[in-house]
Design a protein around this ligand. Structure first.
Ligand code: FE
Ligand code: FE
Ligand code: ZN
Length: 282
């Protein structure tokens, strides 16, 4: 089964977001748990969550991915920023258990802001050790980053170093962003097999739980992180079609985070990917 969707707004509630997903041919979606720049999350509405469950059944949505705010930085030099990260993570993970148990929650690992990657890796792992609990059903994903500024998680080694330090690491996985790994220097265009082998030997493919499917406005190793519409960037449509068809990745959920002003843009990309997925199969 092809699990494909995109980033959607939950401003009108979860049921409305699931309807939006269904209307564009998606069977999964990603959403921000709260304003991406931080702040308080809207209280959960039990009526909305009940109709969310109904709409999910209607459209065959069995997987959702939450995204933490960008401002979350558990490896900040400032104690108040680290405290905000801890509170937000704990609150979001609680909410996920109510929104839909057994799902995925993705975060950008952090930025070391001059303290060095090693110190940051330890601080991020400390934060995860503080917020993960054995009874939790949500899997927390660390996203692979482009390496913009002092971002941690550009290399598979950094991501692995965080996971190694997490006690309840059964609750931790990885979300691979195609734009980010490309901008980070991994050649998914000419050597997708090699990149996947590297991921497997450094992190382990069993950790990989989701893919962000984006083209990039920039050349490989640019360390920029500017997403582009599929086929309009320097990764190109064929390389992204190869990602959704790769035997090691095909069972994962794929999420578009491409720059579109309306749902029609996503609908077109989903349609095109579904065709690419079938054509390469036959
Ligand atoms: Fe992200
Ligand atoms: Fe992403
Ligand atoms: Zn990005």
């Amino acid at each position: 089964m092809f699990t494909i969707g995109c980033h959607l707004s939950i401003a009108k509630g979860f049921a409305a977001a699931a309807r939006d997903a269904g209307s564009i041919g998606a069977n999964t979606f990603q959403f921000f748990t709260r304003n991406p720049r931080g702040g308080k999350a809207k209280p959960l509405d039990d009526d909305d969550l009940r109709s969310f469950a109904t709409v999910r059944e209607q459209f065959g949505i069995h997987r959702i991915l939450a995204h933490a705010p960008y401002t979350l930085n558990p490896s900040s030099a400032k104690p108040e920023t680290r405290e905000f990260a801890l509170q937000t993570l704990a609150d979001d993970l609680d909410r996920m258990e109510r929104i839909m148990p057994g799902q995925l929650y993705n975060m950008h690992p952090g930025a070391h802001v001059g303290q060095g990657a090693q110190a940051a890796v330890e601080m991020i792992a400390d934060a995860l050790n503080a917020v993960l609990s054995p009874g939790q059903t949500t899997t927390l994903l660390l996203e692979t980053m482009a390496g913009k500024g002092s971002e941690v998680g550009r290399t598979f080694e950094e991501v692995a170093a965080i996971i190694e330090r997490v006690e309840l690491s059964d609750h931790v996985g990885v979300c691979l962003d195609t734009c980010h790994v490309w901008d980070g220097g991994y050649d998914i265009v000419s050597d997708l097999d090699g990149v996947i082998d590297q991921f497997d030997s450094v992190i382990g493919l069993d950790r990989l739980r989701a893919v962000h499917l984006n083209d990039s406005k920039n050349p490989r190793a640019a360390h920029k992180d500017r997403h582009e519409k599929l086929g309009e960037g320097l990764i190109g449509f064929d390389a992204l079609a190869a990602v959704v068809n790769h035997p090691a990745l095909e069972a994962l959920p794929f999420y578009l985070e491409t720059p579109h002003d309306d749902l029609a843009g996503y609908a077109g990309e989903i349609e095109r990917l579904k065709k690419a997925r079938v054509e390469q199969r036959e």
